[in-house]
Design a binder for this molecule. Structure first.
Ligand code: FE2
Length: 212
């Protein structure tokens, strides 16, 4: 995706602000790398891949203004959970102000929808969900499960694969899940997804090309 200077500035500004939380910042960078692998397997063209990658990089921007709630110890109240769910709209509203980023905004808005229609914010289902958002949903879960969190160790790869395939057609688009089939071995061998502060050089390069 050829980013105009203004669009580039918007994305860079959002990314800089996301740096306030190192987990959110690094997690989204790793998700963007996984997204790229899946989107390539899926047969998307270069521009489509770049659009989804940019959306992955900024999809959780909306959590930055509510970090106290996002990082609260213990269970969220219903009101707090609603607030956290609002991160999809916060990011999307900012992005959609730029006509060149409307597609990115749409993907950001829907990245927590589920294939079965039980996601948020609009509970849309199956192919109503933009393809980019369906790809991010899978990539986001993979990295979240493989990440070390204050309250748990990374889940084993086996558990992670079982979870993704077990939710094919429930949470995730079956075709997207299918596209991951040949990618797991590579992720397991090459990517150290749980140590995202130092993503492999090859992936850093790929991302730079998109952010440029
Ligand atoms: Fe999110």
């Amino acid at each position: 995706m050829e980013l105009s200077n203004i669009s580039k500035e918007v994305i860079e500004k959002l990314r800089r602000e996301m740096g306030k939380d190192s987990y959110i910042y690094n997690h989204s960078a790793r998700v963007a790398d996984i997204v790229c692998d899946i989107a390539e397997k899926f047969g998307l063209n270069k521009e489509e891949i770049a659009t989804v990658q940019i959306a992955a990089l900024v999809c959780d921007y909306g959590m930055i203004p509510i970090l106290d709630t996002v990082n609260k110890n213990g269970k969220l109240t219903d009101i707090e959970w609603k607030l956290v769910q609002g991160h999809t709209k916060t990011g999307s509203d900012i992005l959609s102000q730029n006509p060149h980023l409307r597609e990115v905004a749409k993907i950001v808005l829907h990245h927590h929808e589920r294939w079965d229609g039980n996601g948020y914010p609009n509970r849309i289902r199956e192919n109503e969900i933009p393809l980019g958002a369906r790809i991010i949903a899978v990539a986001d879960s993979i990295d979240a499960m493989r990440s070390k969190r204050p309250y748990r160790e990374p889940l084993p790869w086996k558990t992670c694969i079982k979870e993704v395939f077990g939710n094919s057609g429930v949470m995730y688009d079956p075709k997207v899940v299918k596209a991951t089939r040949s990618l797991w071995r590579g992720w397991k061998n090459k990517h150290e997804l749980n140590q995202g502060d130092n993503p492999p050089k090859e992936q850093q390069k790929k991302r730079k090309e998109v952010e440029r």
